[in-house]
Design a protein around this ligand. Structure first.
Ligand code: FAD
Ligand code: SF4
Length: 493
């Protein structure tokens, strides 16, 4: 490999892979926005890393990826070794490389972010794994000794998939159950294809199956199959159920025609775009309630400033809406979503109205035609440290709208059958676990049941769900090694 030039960051600017031209996006192109680096660009971008003695990027990455080490392997074009190292810490690296809000995580703490442009960590992570997998590289489990133990994973979202990956590496058979007939959870039915092409999820499924992970899809636990039956059949159970209870804000007028909840809108639309009509169960009974309106030429207002809101506004643009407005009650600095995604939305023509709190949805003849909002100013921080939005008296106005999409977020909706097994919940409905420390991370009040991801944290990120799935698998493996499973562990070969 060419010798490292430590001044590469001065000679070469930070560059992201090429993006789909704006005109095509506005014309309804649903392809992934960012392309892939060619080999030379990837080597150069990876070569910009300073290899800091104390890499803040690794600390800030929730998985604590060995970022400088795989960047160096990528610079040296040792892509298969880089892919192996990526997988040491991250069961879903090509997915995180695409969807992590890097500006808030690894790249936001890159030393070069201070004036030189952070290393494009996420894009290189995606490049490494995409290229290695296309070349035929696969995780090497040839030295893994099968323990004969089996674990049922409920939920094929990032938490469940990560857990299954780590179990397979520990010689434990993982059987992943999901009520949908495709894997991925929100990766498949939530995040739009312009952020994550669904073929990426399919490729990950093939990789996991190659590692021995099995999927039982179209099966809803608690309905088609009981937790009791799973505890009988398996040594332990992992719950990666996600967080799907819709927060609607209780606004007057939310039942008017033309008012849509965000997730069913994204899910239905994703199906239309992907040309699939899976037979899966509706998400909390919503999907059968929503009919996708034609947005062509319409005025769309999206309420909410998180990732889901950004996905809705950008989907509305691709669906040909004449005018797309995002109304958010705090200011831009307090937006929870990724700054990069806000930038992309703005470039695609979305109008942002900050400091606007919705009061009511107004309409005529049963159809929405506007949103009454009040202006806000930023006040004292709340319990989470985020500044409160305080309404300014006398500043009400009405935004014209043909369609309103409500994207206020989700709360966990732990199913009733958990309590019957002594699995405890937090006051806000999240599943209570032992957390990341201790001998058995993410163990619930039932010793053989573990849990992680959005159902435990509340709606969060793919990378944090992956972290909890990974750690829980470590806890399960330790429990089973020490004889805590249903059956006695098989002695090591
Ligand atoms: P999920 O992905 O929700 O998966 C849970 C799975 O469990 C589902 O497949 C569900 O069908 C299954 N399940 C639940 N109950 C049962 C049962 N009883 N029986 C069988 N199966 C069951 N995060 C990012 O990092 N970047 C982003 O850009 C991003 N964009 C997002 C956009 C949208 C629109 C949304 C809604 C979320 C976004 N997120 C993003 C958040 C991210 O998708 C979630 O934090 C993550 O998917 C949580 O993973 P999980 O495995 O805990 O749950
Ligand atoms: Fe960055 Fe996410 Fe990859 Fe970690 S997993 S290095 S935060 S892109």
């Amino acid at each position: 490999a060419p010798k490292k030039n430590v001044f590469e960051f001065l000679e070469l600017p930070r560059e992201m892979p090429r993006r789909i031209p704006l005109a095509l996006r506005r014309d309804g192109d649903w392809g992934e926005l960012y392309g892939r680096f060619n080999d030379e660009a990837a080597r150069h971008q990876a070569g910009r890393c300073l290899d800091c003695g104390n890499p803040y990027c690794s600390w800030k990455c929730p998985l604590h990826n060995y970022i400088p080490n795989w960047l160096e392997l990528a610079r040296e074009d040792r892509v298969h070794e880089a892919a192996t190292l990526c997988h040491e810490t991250n069961p879903l690296p090509e997915i995180c490389g695409r969807v992590c809000p890097q500006d808030r995580l690894c790249e936001g703490s890159c030393t070069l972010d201070d004036g030189f442009g952070a290393v494009t960590i996420g894009a290189v992570e995606k490049y490494i794994v995409d290229r290695a997998v296309a070349d035929g590289w696969r995780p090497d489990l040839s030295r893994v000794v099968a323990t004969g133990q089996r674990v049922a994973v409920i939920g094929a979202g990032p938490a469940g998939l990560s857990c299954a990956d780590r179990l397979a590496r520990a010689g434990i058979e993982a059987v992943v159950h999901d009520r949908y007939e495709q894997i991925g959870g929100l990766l498949q039915f939530g995040i739009p294809s312009f952020k994550l092409d669904k073929s990426v999820v399919q490729t990950r499924r093939e990789i996991l199956e190659g590692m021995g992970v099995r999927f039982r899809l179209g099966v809803e636990v608690g309905r088609d199959l009981s937790l009791d039956a799973l505890l009988d059949e398996y040594d332990a159970v992992f719950l990666g159920l996600g967080s799907y209870r819709y927060t609607d804000g209780g606004l007057p007028g939310q039942d008017l025609a033309g008012v849509l909840p965000a997730l069913p809108f994204l899910v239905q639309n994703g199906r239309v775009v992907g040309g699939v009509q899976p037979q899966g169960r509706p998400i909390a009974g919503w999907e059968d309630r929503i009919e996708l309106p034609d947005l062509k030429g319409r005025r769309v207002v999206v309420l909410g400033g998180g990732d889901t809101g950004m996905d809705c506004v950008r989907s509305a643009i691709r669906l040909g809406a004449a005018e797309v407005t995002c109304a958010y009650r705090r200011d831009e600095a307090n937006m929870p979503g990724s700054a990069r995604e806000v930038g992309n939305a703005r470039e695609e023509g979305v109008r942002f109205l900050f400091n606007r709190q919705p009061l009511e949805l107004v309409g005529r003849d049963g159809r929405v035609n506007g949103v009454r909002v009040v202006e806000t100013r930023m006040g004292a921080p709340d319990a989470n440290g985020r500044q409160r939005a305080e309404p300014v008296e006398g500043s009400e106005s009405t935004l014209a709208a043909d369609v309103v999409i409500i994207a206020f977020g989700f709360r966990p909706d732990a199913p009733d059958w958990l309590a019957a097994h002594g699995i405890e919940l937090e006051d806000d409905g999240r599943i209570r676990t032992s957390g990341e420390r201790g001998a058995h991370p993410y163990q619930t009040a039932h010793p053989r049941v573990f849990a992680g991801g959005d159902a435990v944290r509340g709606a969060d990120l793919v990378v944090t769900a992956a972290f909890e799935g990974r750690e829980a698998a470590g806890g399960i493996a330790r429990l089973l090694r020490n004889g805590g499973g249903r059956r006695l562990p098989v002695p090591e070969a």
